[in-house]
Design a protein around this ligand. Sequence first.
Ligand SMILES: [Zn+2]
Length: 314
Amino acid sequence: MVMEDDRKYFAENETILGLKIDVDTWRGTIMGLPSLANMLQEEGIRATFFLTIGPDNMGKHIWRLVKPKFFLKMLRGNAAKLYGFDILFKGFLWPGPDIGTNLKEILRMPLHHNHEVALHAYDHYKWQTRISKMCAEEVKLDNLKAFERWKNIFGGALPRAAGSPGWQLSEEWLDFADSKYCSSILYRSDSRGSVFGYPEFGRKVYEKLQIPTTLPTYDEVIGRNGVTNENYNEYILSLIEPGQLNVLTIHAESEGIACFDMFKDFVKACKDKNIKIVPLGDIYNKIKDTKRVVRLHMEQIPGRDGKVAIVSKK
Ligand SMILES: [Zn+2]
C-alpha cells in the first residue's frame, strides 16, 4: 500500500487543530458543555462535541479505587477537584441519572452555537469497561438504543460521527459500525495515533474513516515528566505541527470546569500562533477522498489504564 503524504491534505504553511470535546457525565453536560460551547463561540471557534446520551453511571469507577494504580492516578490528577465528588459516586450506590432524557436542551446547545455533535456513548461507564467483552448482539442492541435516543434528542436525525469512550474498540464494534444501521455516520474518532485512514483490524479493512486523537489528554500528562498546570499549555502547543493532522481531545468535566481558565488561555495562544481550531467534520471534508489503509491495534499508552485503540502506518 502506497502511503500518501499528509501534505496532500494539509497545507505546509497552515496549522490546523481538530478539537474533540468528550462529554462523559451529567456534571460535564450541565456545567462543562455550556461553558465551552459559549466560550468557543465568543472566540469564533467551532468544535465537535462527543455526547453521552444515556445514564450516568460513572461513579461505578469508584470500585477501581481498590486498584492501587488507579488510586495513584486519581491522586496525581487530583480527581476529586477535577471531576467533583458527585461524579465519583454517581451510579455507585443507586442507578445514575439519565442525561439524554433530562438534559435534552443542553445536549442540543452545541448545534445552536454552530458546533458539530457526535455520538460518544449511551452508558459511558458500561461502554468504556465492556466494549471489549460485548458480543455482536449486545453491540447492536446497545447502539440501536443510542440511535433511538439520539433521534429523540435531535428531532429524528441520526448521528453523523461517532467515537467510543476510552478509545475502546473490538471486531464486533467495528463490524457494527460498517453495518447498514450506521449509514448516517461519516467518520469515527475512537483511536489514538498520528495517521488517519481506513483501519485494518484482524483480517479486515473497515469502511469508516478513522480520525485519531494525535495529542495526549490532560489527565495523561499532568504530573508526569515535569508537566504542571503552569506549563501544560506550552507543552501541548509544542506538539502541534503545521502541514499534518493534529487532533486534541478535551473533556467537559476538566477543561470545561476546573481547567476552564487554562483552556481559555490555550485557545487564545492558538490564535496568537495562527493555529486554526476546527471541528473534526472539517478535517473529514479535507481527507475524505483518501484511500489510505492504517493498521489498528490495542495497546497501553503512558498515563492511561488498560489498552486503547492505536492507529499506525502500515
Ligand atoms: Zn469519554
